[in-house]
Design a binder for this molecule. Structure first.
Ligand code: PMP
Length: 403
């Protein structure tokens, strides 16, 4: 028999497995609230018109080729990405303390960043993730050669908001040099972000304990509709002059999910190591996948580098985030009109793609089996999966589930 016949089947990914189940469900009433991608008001995938137009220009440009990019990617894309997240006036950029490389979307930025930490800081570096976090964080960290992630407490389940006292208490016990993974905005899965004063409390403990923040930014501009507002946390930490890492993804905010467009920045507290850092990031990438894909980076660089296209993109961010906020308001109103037991304020106080409903895994199963409404077992729903046509149906199913 084959040497491969003893390979055990991996457990299905919590999120991707759900999509497969949804597809296989023949019931016409089915609603997918598991998917982490934007959908239009008629429940369709959305290609931003500005992205489409740039793609068309590229397709018609005879000088555009399919030559390889270097290991660290398209330089104009990297430079524009660093300015986007750090701010064009960032002190770290002015001092030349930032090394940015292109990455395979947000996941790839995390993967290369953690491999860099494992290889050049220490393979025994402790990494802390929020107790509630994007499930793939727990896969990426050991895959990059680091110990399994440790947790800091994040959400107060009674209020649906950040439990800042518990969070600070846990970070206060982390050894110096630990990496602290922080969601820059629109925390996934809870939709609960620290307030600005709470971010300052986190910054305070990070400085006091000499911790190293790793910001994961999968939703810049997509959460509030403002690229600036959504970058406030990262910029505030950079202004404090820390060593840190910053991951960026253009999956959500440019709708380029499958094109794998992202960036990793290493921000140093003092200048001087940039050439060495870049050389090692390139070596890491070379051994992993040699060089990143070109198409999405070309599109993003064109939009980021042109005032008119950039303004059009900002308009799209306002529209996408407004549709999500509208669905929050409508779902909450429908739950309240139904006199659904519980307090649903969190649906509108949370931000970003997701809402953490507080539904138990039994209630989630009930909704799937009786109503064909799909969501992850932790009760997280993707607000972009709702439409005016389905919001009442989902609210009715939620009422039945909690009663
Ligand atoms: N981090 C978080 C918190 C996310 O929600 C996501 C997307 N679901 C990612 C990273 C990475 O996604 P991608 O690799 O598609 O950019």
């Amino acid at each position: 028999s084959s040497i491969f016949s003893s390979v055990p089947t991996a457990p299905p990914d919590a999120i991707l497995g759900l999509t497969a189940q949804f597809r296989a469900d023949p019931d016409p009433r089915k609603v997918n609230l598991g998917v982490g991608a934007f959908r239009t008001s008629s429940n369709k995938p959305y290609v931003l018109p500005v992205v489409r137009r740039v793609e068309q220009q590229l397709a018609d440009d005879p000088s555009a080729t399919h030559e390889y990019l270097p290991q660290d990617g398209l330089q104009s894309f990297c430079d524009a990405s660093a300015r986007l997240i750090l701010g064009a006036d960032s002190p770290a950029l002015a001092d030349g303390r930032v090394t940015t490389v292109q990455a395979l979307s947000g996941t790839g930025a995390l993967r290369v960043g953690f491999a860099f930490v494992a290889n050049f800081i220490s393979s025994s570096t402790s990494v802390y993730v929020p107790k509630q976090t994007w499930s793939n964080h727990r896969n990426v960290i050991p895959a990059a050669g680091l110990p399994r992630a440790l947790e800091y407490r994040y959400l107060d389940p009674r209020t649906g908001a950040v439990d800042i006292a518990a969070l600070v208490e846990d970070l206060d016990k982390a050894p110096a040099g630990s990496i602290i993974l922080l969601h820059g905005c629109a925390h996934n899965p809870t939709g609960a972000d620290p307030t600005q004063p709470q971010w300052l409390q986190i910054l305070d403990v990070v400085k006091r304990r000499k911790l190293v923040p790793f910001f994961d930014n999968a939703y810049q501009g997509f959460a509030s509709g403002s690229l600036e507002t959504d970058a406030w946390s990262v910029r505030t930490f950079v202004a404090a002059g820390l060593d840190m890492l910053v991951a960026q993804s253009y999956a959500k905010n440019m709708g380029m999910y499958g094109e794998r467009v992202g960036a990793l920045s290493v921000v140093a507290s003092s200048a001087g190591a940039e050439d060495a850092v870049r050389s090692q990031l390139k070596a890491t990438i070379r051994a992993m996948y040699s060089s990143p894909p070109k198409h999405g980076a070309m599109v993003a660089a064109a939009i980021l580098g042109d005032e008119k296209l950039f303004a059009e993109w900002e308009g799209e961010l306002v529209k996408m985030s407004a549709r999500i906020m509208d669905m929050r308001v409508k779902l909450k109103a429908a739950l309240e009109k139904n006199a659904t037991p519980g307090n649903w304020d969190r649906i509108t106080s949370q931000i970003g793609m997701f809402s953490y409903t507080g539904l138990t895994s039994q209630q989630v199963t009930f909704m799937r089996e009786k109503y064909h409404v799909y969501m992850t077992a932790n009760g997280r729903i993707s607000m972009a999966g709702l439409t005016d046509d389905t919001v009442q149906y989902v609210a009715d199913a939620m009422k039945d589930a909690v009663e």
